[in-house]
Design a protein around this ligand. Structure first.
Ligand code: TNX
Length: 511
């Protein structure tokens, strides 16, 4: 017997051997109350079950093939036999429903012979799968033991998101994360219907994206990080790989090139970008507000245009984020001139600019996108100028802020954001004058000054990101903390099965 066969045999024995622990086979899921997060708009359950087994076929529209394949793969992980399109038993069918007026909306109807998923696009179908995933046992997320069948209660669900923008931001500049690590984050975002991944690609501590026309940005500018702990960069091919993975999960990538401040890594890489022609040292600390591109130099704009052109060429999404925050070393008048000019340059490169709330002080037109993070006056100014506002209140949903005094990771400049703080707020009531349609959506940023591993990322994200996802998807009259915390407690097994390192806050009675 060769080594391969021996190891396969050994693996098989171990695999069967471990089956005594988790018996998915014996699992019956008894629905007690609505406990899907984010909570669907309408959800009814009746007596009876649709049984998924090896005879079940999954069929549907070719436009929904991406979702169909994802569901097949998901179910095949936990079922003894793979599930395909030529079973002779009952049917899971994906259908187009053009009456759904939002391409992320979906319906699920479960009966004895048919489980139907209806949507107007693959997006809606994909979110239906995420809901289905929470209806079937959590053991399916990671089963050491395979089951013959699964039962899905007779559910009728109609669902549609409140906000079109449901985001998470990862700062890969303070500390760098590999392609595989970012994919892991995408996998986890998917479950809770987050649809935007904003990547903070550049900052004082490092430049993390290859720009072919300015190679020193990565040859030199990527070699630093906070405490010199984790540096690196993505080649454009790697960026494309992350983006393709995100898109398959219906997540739009937003690259951020932060300017004119937060630019020490670029300034250190090219003396010519500095007003005095001298490059500063690379930076490994955590201060902010000390760097600025040279606003008066033509070279600066030639540089920015090259960067924007290359970024736009590899970005399939609609947006490029230009940062614009904490530019304390740029004179106000210069800042305004700079933002006006750079926003136009983004548009000339075929993308829509987004900026942190400080950009409201520049000449922004109706419909410009402003991301509120901390300055109420900026948010109100943006509202007055009829901007569209992304809500990222630092004192609620900054995921790098500590849960409480005993949290080892994180910062506390914005107070503490415990699980309840991150969930228990009303989007329309947070900033006076900022409400309704002017709010485009919600984004929870994770800055990584103190974060150095995926375990750390997960610990700060979870469970807060689950609450953020619900605010973004299902906010409305009925949402309240007392009800939410009971539903959140039930996510424990799923998070454990997924191997998520989450914070078990005392505020929640984990089941
Ligand atoms: C503020 S929020 C920043 C970041 C820091 C963060 C730490 C914003 C637009 N800028 O540079 O990493 O606080 O919480």
């Amino acid at each position: 017997m060769n080594i391969l066969k021996v190891s396969i045999l050994l693996f098989t024995i171990l695999f069967i051997g471990s089956c005594t622990e988790t018996k998915v086979e014996e699992l019956k899921y008894i629905p007690t109350e609505i406990d899907i997060i984010p909570r669907p708009i309408i959800m009814e359950v009746a007596d009876g079950f649709f049984e998924i087994n090896s005879n079940t076929k999954i069929i549907g529209n070719s436009e929904m093939m991406n979702s169909i394949n994802i569901l097949r793969a998901y179910l095949s992980k936990g079922l003894k036999e793979n599930i395909g399109d030529n079973g002779v038993g009952n049917t899971i069918i994906f259908l187009t429903d053009d009456e759904l007026n939002n391409d992320e909306a979906y319906r699920i109807e479960v009966g004895k012979d048919v489980l139907s998923i209806k949507a107007s696009s693959d997006k809606g179908a994909f979110y239906a799968i995420q809901t289905l995933r929470q209806i079937i046992p959590a053991e399916m997320e990671n089963s050491t033991c395979k089951t013959n069948s699964l039962e899905v209660p007779y559910y009728k669900i109609y669902d549609s998101p409140r906000y079109e923008y449901r985001g998470f931001m990862l700062d890969v500049a303070r500390h760098f994360y590999t392609v595989a690590e970012v994919k892991r984050v995408i996998d986890l975002l998917t479950i809770y219907k987050i649809n935007t991944l904003h990547m903070h690609l550049t900052d004082d501590q490092g430049w993390r994206i290859e720009i072919k026309s300015w190679p020193a940005l990565t040859l030199y500018g990527s070699t630093s990080s906070v405490n010199s702990e984790r540096h690196g960069f993505y080649t454009q091919d790697e960026f494309l790989e992350i983006q393709a993975y995100a898109l398959k999960h219906h997540i739009e990538l937003i690259p951020e090139i932060d300017m004119p401040g937060h630019t020490n890594a670029a300034l250190a890489s090219y003396p010519i970008l500095n007003c005095n022609g001298e490059a500063p040292e690379l930076y490994t600390g955590v201060e902010v507000g000390f760097s600025s591109l040279c606003v008066a130099k033509d070279t600066t704009y030639a540089f920015i245009n090259d960067v924007l052109r290359e970024i736009a060429a590899i970005t399939t999404g609609r947006y490029i984020h230009i940062g614009g925050d904490e530019s304390h070393s740029t004179a106000t008048a210069d800042y305004i001139t700079f933002i006006n000019r750079v926003r136009k340059m983004v548009r000339d490169n075929g993308k829509e600019p987004i900026g942190w709330d400080e950009i409201a002080n520049a000449e922004i037109e109706k419909g410009a996108i402003v991301q509120y993070w901390g300055d109420v006056k900026n948010a109100q100014l943006a509202a007055k100028k009829k901007a569209r506002i992304i809500m990222s209140p630092a004192d609620r949903i900054y995921l790098d802020i500590k849960y409480n005094d005993s949290t080892k990771l994180g910062l506390k400049w914005a107070g503490f954001n415990d699980v309840k703080d991150a969930y228990d707020w009303k989007v329309d009531n947070l900033v006076e004058g900022v409400y309704g349609d002017m709010i485009m959506g919600i984004e929870a940023p994770l800055w990584t000054e103190t974060i150095t591993s995926v375990d750390d990322i997960e610990y700060m994200m979870f469970p807060r990101i689950i609450g953020v996802a619900e605010i973004a998807w299902s906010d409305g009259g009925g949402r309240n903390w007392e009800n939410y915390k009971v539903r959140l407690a039930k996510q424990k097994l799923r998070l454990e099965k997924l191997g998520v390192n989450f914070y078990k806050s005392d505020l929640v009675e984990w089941k």
